[in-house]
Write a protein that binds this ligand. Structure first.
Ligand code: MN
Length: 193
């Protein structure tokens, strides 16, 4: 099985000015693509060759894990955005966020803090355990909550390649702007399904 890069559900300029067309060109067009192309080469003729991507992420390590997880994480990241999506969580996820974090505003502050305090490259995750309890998790490099038995709900990429063209060194400014393009109908559905 060869993995193909899914087409974005919006045009390359749709997320500007939060994410510029140039960042889409490099981050989606070159970085995400390279992880998928490299993964396809690495799994050829191995026990992973016929596995779904999620299973590779959970069962592999080393180079194969790094490329499989980075492929999965980027697809998950880009598919949670929309220029005209639902601007705040609703339903069960909204209730759970308010119960655990006090308010949506406080949740956003904690999530941004997790992003700005993560040293080096990685991802900030909103994940849920089997009981639906929410966790904000810092993941180094290619880490993914699925390897710890958790369900990913939302993710912000804090590798420099995600923001340097648009925000230079200002990771905090990038994280704050991402809220403008998160489509909470996608995130709500991930929590409920
Ligand atoms: Mn990235």
């Amino acid at each position: 099985m060869k993995f193909t890069q899914p087409k974005l559900p919006y045009s390359p300029d749709a997320l500007a000015p939060v994410i510029s067309p140039m960042t889409i060109e490099y981050h989606y067009g070159k970085h995400e693509r390279a992880y998928i192309d490299t993964l396809n080469k690495l799994i050829e003729g191995t026990e992973y060759a016929e596995m779904p991507l999620e299973e590779i992420v959970v069962n592999s390590d080393g180079k194969i894990f790094n490329n499989a997880s980075q492929a999965w994480n980027h697809i998950f990241y880009f598919f949670q955005f929309s220029p005209d999506g639902l601007k705040e969580p609703a339903g069960k996820l909204r209730d759970k966020i308010e119960e655990q974090f006090g308010s949506f505003e406080e949740f956003k502050t904690k999530f941004e803090e997790a992003g700005t305090t993560l040293f080096g490259s990685g991802w900030v995750w909103l994940a849920a355990d089997a009981d639906g309890k929410l966790y904000i998790l810092q993941g180094k490099d290619a880490e993914n909550p699925m390897t710890g038995g958790m369900k990913p709900i939302m993710v912000f990429d804090v590798w420099e390649h995600a923001y340097y063209l648009d925000y230079q060194n200002l990771r905090g400014a990038y994280l704050k702007k991402l809220w403008d393009i998160v489509d909470w109908s996608v995130v709500d559905a991930r929590y409920e399904n």
